[in-house]
Design a protein around this ligand. Structure first.
Ligand code: ARG
Length: 438
């Protein structure tokens, strides 16, 4: 029966290119499907109204994008961007905290689009701890990356979803549809941030070109990603730092956060594109920092790591839970933490009923677990040098001690159905070949 188990595991629980999640086992999915069309990528066709050269984003456009606020900043209080990579962790830039001496003045707004009117989808959290990279260098901006642990986990909703962070099996340079977004200045001269989230399409730029003499002449590190346009005009700017550089997966409908906005010479200048910290480069650092948290038990115990995609829970979605009489961030951790999955009346890998909320299933495309036969399933990347289930040695990645529920919670099909199916296949094979195939 061993081959059967292996087959079932490989086929149904394909390991992804390094994701961790807890919003129903999903990351990188946008709540609404947005069709920018190829025209968005022909330079100049994307609304050139004003990030710099971008346009106002629609609600819930980038549901993992967060705004870091500082109580002393006038106006909206916006300080930097960030990406929610776990219900209790935000990935951002280390330099955002260069001038912050008291982290308790920083708070995080999640699920907002317009900062002055965050709306009912927004949640606020304070910072339990800041972990900046130990080798962050202010002078040359090396290792410009940081993690914030939130005081309480956020509740996932159509407005709040997790970002996917790529491990080393993803070929980032081959990703084509990339975007930046943030509440930063809409021009290099503007001193204020933007109230409405701005977004813009960008191209990934070869590091060698980016580091060449007329460009950044040697200032770019191998842990950076450059993105923008040789001609300039569209770019991130002051206030966008810490936010994500995001690229759509080449096969599926989800996005990877491949960069953290770090710096640039001016904004939107020719041959001086935005410089981003590569999340792929720091994948292990991110995992290690999250795992090393002294609060780890509380924050990670209930998580399932490394499997993607999984099917969201059919019976109850976190935001459908019992009416919140008290905002979740005000309550002390209760006997059952708010992020613990509700009692499973139906196994989590059962297909959701037809009434599932629209964000799990972009209207025009098929859900991830019923791919059209022509395309490959998400766990078989055609271009990967090695299949994703031949992950780098375990020593590279600290893994939580798996529990039996961790093991199965991302299988999208009921086990008994699978066993039945494969037993039938086995019987058939026996009939055809007349030999024992177990
Ligand atoms: N350092 C800036 C910030 O703190 C981000 C600048 C990005 N610059 C650029 N040209 N892309 O918000």
């Amino acid at each position: 029966m061993n081959w059967l188990c292996l087959l079932v595991l490989l086929a149904t629980c394909g390991l992804a290119h390094g994701t961790w999640d807890n919003c129903g086992g999903l990351c990188g999915y946008r709540s609404v499907s947005y069709d920018y069309g190829a025209a968005a990528y022909q330079y100049g066709h994307y609304g050139m109204t004003r990030v710099v050269g971008g346009t106002g984003a629609r609600e819930a456009s980038w549901p993992w994008l967060v705004s870091l606020h500082h109580a002393w900043i006038p106006g909206t209080g916006h300080m930097c961007g960030g990406s929610l990579i776990h219900s209790q962790w935000v990935l951002t830039a280390a330099h955002c905290f260069d001038d912050v001496s008291n982290i308790s003045l920083v708070y995080v707004m999640i699920g907002a689009t317009q900062l002055s009117h965050p709306g009912p989808g927004a949640q606020i959290r304070y910072v339990k701890q800041l972990r900046t990279h130990q080798y962050y260098n202010k002078k040359n901006m090396k290792n410009d990356i940081a993690l914030l642990e939130l005081d309480y986990p956020v509740l996932c909703s159509p407005y709040i979803q997790l970002a996917c962070v790529p491990d080393f099996t993803l070929r980032v340079s081959e990703l084509v549809y990339c975007f930046v977004a943030g509440w930063g200045a809409t021009s290099a001269r503007a001193s204020t941030s933007s109230d409405l989230l701005q977004e813009a399409p960008v191209h990934l730029i070869d590091l060698k070109l980016c580091n060449s003499s007329e460009w950044y002449s040697g200032e770019i590190h191998s842990s950076n990603v450059c993105a923008g346009y040789p001609q300039g005009f569209i770019d991130t700017c002051q206030g966008d730092s810490g936010g994500p550089l995001m690229c759509k997966d080449n096969i599926a409908d989800y996005y990877w956060v491949v960069g953290v906005t770090s710096w640039g010479e001016g904004c939107a200048r020719a041959k001086h594109p935005g410089v981003y910290t590569s999340t792929q480069h720091f994948y292990d650092w991110i995992l290690a920092e999250m795992a090393a948290s002294p609060y780890r038990k509380a924050s990670l115990a209930a998580q399932t790591w490394g499997h993607f995609p999984a099917v969201p829970q059919p019976t109850q979605y976190p935001w459908m839970g019992p009416p919140v009489t008290q905002p979740p961030w005000m309550g002390p951790p209760v006997t059952q933490p708010p992020w613990t999955r509700p009692p499973v009346t139906q196994p989590p890998w059962t297909r959701p009923p037809a009434t599932q909320p629209p964000w799990t299933r972009p209207p025009t495309t098929q859900p991830p677990w019923t791919r059209p036969p022509a395309t490959q399933p998400p766990w078989t990347k055609p271009t990967a040098a090695h299949p994703p289930w031949t992950k780098p040695p375990a020593s590279e990645k600290p893994k939580p001690v798996p529990t039996s529920s961790d093991q199965v919670s991302s299988c999208p099909f009921p086990n008994d159905e699978l066993v039945k199916f494969f037993t039938q296949v086995k019987d058939l094979l026996q009939e055809v070949f007349g030999e024992n195939t177990t």
